[in-house]
Design a protein around this ligand. Sequence first.
Ligand code: OFO
Length: 170
Amino acid sequence: MISPKMHEAFDAQINAELYSAYLYVSMASYCEVKNFKGFAHWLTVQGEEERVHAGKLITHLHDRGVSIRLRAIEAPPHDFESMEALFTSVLEHEEEIARKIDELYAMAVEERDYPAQVLLQWFITEQVEEIATASEMLENIRRVGENRQGMFLLDRDAANRASIPHGSED
Ligand code: OFO
């Protein structure tokens, strides 16, 4: 079993992961109609990863004998000033998610919830990777600035992001 406090906190994190998926689907749609198909693909894969993250948390609750209590998902933004603004939001969002995971981990330590700590260590590592990837994308976009050929090449590179295998990203 899991404590009511941890159960509640996991429900909140599941909501945050599903919101992340919504956010990236929305961003992918924006890129798609701007004809940045590579960025759209990159963001679609990012959204799929978020659903995997939510799934890991859901499975953990099930394995510990409790069901999830889904909450309403907030509507994400759908308009962005520029690709730089969009990827700035990606980075800020991932930093915010990392803070939430850290808080959840701190709670798991306080509650002596060892199974949750083991699971959350995976998420902590994942956030380091996601922040690094988002930072790299943003830095590259800033570097090319108004250079249209540079943006074309970045978009083409983003199209090469590997899709995650069904049901897992391990
Ligand atoms: Fe983008 O990260 Fe989930 O956790």
